[in-house]
Design a protein around this ligand. Structure first.
Ligand code: NAD
Length: 258
């Protein structure tokens, strides 16, 4: 009982410290990961209910080389995509809290590793959202680079095609996401680094901080003198350099500190 009281006191103290840091800050940069969308029904990769935690073999369909070269991997990927909860998911309290942060005028940029566009659906301005890993809402042809809405390809899968090809040239279609084995967009990454350099507080939310170069943005912000606040249920490699680490549920913690 006494131990639980101590843990609750520590959590409360952490919440207050985070609130004070954010309230004193003039410029806040936020990095989000899959954890901000789990309460919207989209599983993360590495959390306890994560897609890869439950099925490590699923990693293959997120790896560019396998996806490009193996039509069996592509068929599995399309089946996974068409059944994905992303298409009906709605933003939650965490997304809303970040809209409020933007409206307060403090937000430098919202850097997200998510590909679900839920920040924009909540009302974050598309100009302030930097999608480090792209978006799942379009496809790109690996041959002619034509970009088309994902919904068109999904409709074709629902109609019976198991590996829909480019409507222009017949090439392989993939989502406009950055898969493992692909480079991040240089311009997007450059703008993200500038935002990490330009903040007083760097807030990392719902990310295991295990994927680079996105996770390295924490280093950049910390080395430039920003206070780092981490909100994540599980430990991350950056907890030791953070001013505050909060382990509570994101949908509760974020509205409480922003
Ligand atoms: P991750 O799966 O590696 O880590 C998510 C972290 O969030 C975990 O440590 C987990 O403990 C924590 N978490 C989950 N729900 C939480 C909650 N309600 N409260 C507190 N903590 C919670 O995710 P990542 O670091 O973003 O890296 C995974 C990669 O997969 C990213 O590149 C991302 O693009 C992609 N991804 C995106 C989505 C999406 O768009 N929603 C979903 C799955 C994976």
């Amino acid at each position: 009982m006494a131990q639980r009281d101590t843990e609750q006191d520590a959590e409360q103290a952490g919440l207050e410290q985070a609130r004070e840091l954010l309230s004193a800050a003039g410029r806040v940069t936020v990095l989000t990961g899959a954890g901000v969308s789990t309460d919207s029904g989209i599983p993360d990769f590495r959390g306890p209910q994560g897609v890869w935690t439950k099925n490590p073999a699923a990693e293959r369909i997120w790896t560019f080389e396998h996806y490009r070269d193996d039509d069996e991997v592509r068929r599995a990927a399309w089946q996974e995509r068409v059944e994905h909860p992303m298409w009906t998911a709605r933003p939650g309290p965490a997304h809303d809290a970040l809209v409020a942060l933007e409206r307060s005028g403090k937000l430098v940029a919202l850097l997200t590793q998510n590909i679900d566009e839920l920040h924009q659906a909540a009302g974050s301005s598309p100009d302030s959202v930097l999608e480090l890993h792209g978006s799942n809402h379009h496809t790109v042809c690996l041959t002619c680079r034509a970009v088309t809405p994902m919904v068109e390809a999904l409709d074709r899968v629902r109609a019976g095609e198991d590996d829909p090809r480019c409507p222009h040239c017949g090439g392989v279609l993939k989502a406009t996401t950055i898969m493992f084995g692909e480079m991040l967009d240089v311009e997007v990454l450059g703008r993200a680094r500038e935002a990490a350099l330009a903040c007083d507080v760097f807030l990392a939310v719902g990310t295991s901080l295990g994927v680079h170069p996105a996770a390295g943005l924490v280093d950049i912000a910390a080395m430039a003198g920003a206070e780092v606040v981490i909100v994540n249920a599980e430990p991350t490699p950056y907890d030791r350099i953070a001013s505050v680490v909060l382990r509570g549920g994101i949908s509760q913690v974020l509205p409480a500190i922003v």
